[in-house]
Write a protein that binds this ligand. Structure first.
Ligand code: UD1
Length: 306
């Protein structure tokens, strides 16, 4: 296992990127690249240097990559819904900067770790979903992540760039922002704590594999330091799933909320079932998630209580 000296974290002020930066600064020099459109400067540890810029700006991004031994590319437009409303602007954030990073890495031997997504699989034809599962994304977001993920493999195969794609299932944890376009756990949490209606979209029978942000950080550190990881893609989840209705009930109970659970329209492009096979990540990376969803929710909701 080889450690690195200088890491670049795009989206380093954001939800996953800031947790990763917190861990990285304990071991190496870290540069955070963020435009603070979504991220929060208060979440960036003072040991990290900051480049305040948009990932769509090619030169500052390429220069920052050239300075680093490893890039964790976490910056993204993360909302499936927003990609459906505006595919072009979503593509500009989720795909083009990937090429800027890979082109720069091609010249500099920088390792590139991509925050890829389970959304690239689309509706599963079998469960759990392994990395070989057919990829038929049902949203522009899923297609964008598939494109970026596949570019990682191509740049490894064609140009020997050290790339790893980590296909996150549904991430949650402290610092995930609420609001309409955030992940469902942070939305339900805010609704439950305010005693507002908890809005289950559709029948609530859709399932997700919710993975705690600390486990995502663990996977990134393993991907950056393992020689066997390069050129490969890995599912990062818990290997288990729950329905959205079960999630709503659990969050209501854990927070002692008086909210009603109501059903509203389902979403366009929504995936009906999702559960990861994490065998490959276990075998190749030594990945071992520390939180089940129920443990993780207790941790996350415990912190959020008034
Ligand atoms: C999420 C991520 C995406 C990631 C993908 C991987 C967010 C915003 N999106 O997409 O970046 O790549 O997982 O699997 O984190 N729901 C409700 N009520 C609400 C909000 C959501 O019922 O108020 C439902 C949705 O209809 C959906 C499920 O919860 O069925 C999950 O939605 P969401 O948290 O937005 O995540 P994904 O669309 O799975």
């Amino acid at each position: 296992m080889t450690w690195f000296h200088h890491a670049l974290v795009t989206g380093g002020a954001g939800f996953i990127g800031s947790h990763l930066t917190d861990r990285l600064v304990e071991n190496c020099e870290v540069t955070v690249y963020d435009d603070f459109s979504n991220g929060d400067a208060d979440h960036v540890p003072e040991e990290a240097s900051v480049i305040q810029a948009d990932v769509r700006k090619r030169k500052p991004l390429a220069d920052a990559v050239a300075e680093a031994d490893v890039v964790f590319h976490e910056a993204a437009q993360v909302s499936v819904q927003q990609s459906v409303s505006n595919p072009k602007s979503s593509q500009e954030v989720n795909v083009d900067p990937m090429l800027t990073i890979l082109e720069s890495a091609r010249d500099t031997d920088t390792r590139v770790i991509l925050a890829s997504s389970a959304a690239l699989y689309g509706h599963p034809i079998y469960l759990p979903i392994d990395e070989e599962h057919p990829k038929e994304p049902t949203s522009p977001y899923g297609l964008e992540k598939l494109t970026a993920d596949h570019y990682c493999r191509l740049y490894h195969d064609l140009y020997e760039v050290e790339t790893v794609a980590l296909r996150y299932f549904n991430a949650y944890g402290p610092r995930q922002q609420g609001g309409d376009y955030s992940g469902v756990i942070s939305i339900f949490r805010d609704q439950a704590l305010a005693n507002d209606d908890i809005t289950v979209e559709g029948d609530g029978e859709q399932t997700r594999d919710f993975v705690h942000v600390d486990d995502i950080v663990q996977a990134n550190l393993l991907a950056a330091t393992s020689d066997d990881a390069v050129g490969k893609a890995f599912n990062i989840g818990t290997g288990d799933s729950i329905t959205i209705r079960e999630l709503a009930d659990t969050i209501k109970n854990v927070t002692d909320s008086e909210s009603d659970i109501v059903h509203v329209d389902s979403r366009e492009g929504d995936i009906d079932r999702s559960e990861a096979s994490i065998d490959k990540a276990r075998e190749v990376l030594g990945f071992q998630p520390e939180y089940t969803v129920f443990e993780g929710l207790r941790d996350y909701l415990g912190q959020g209580r008034p």
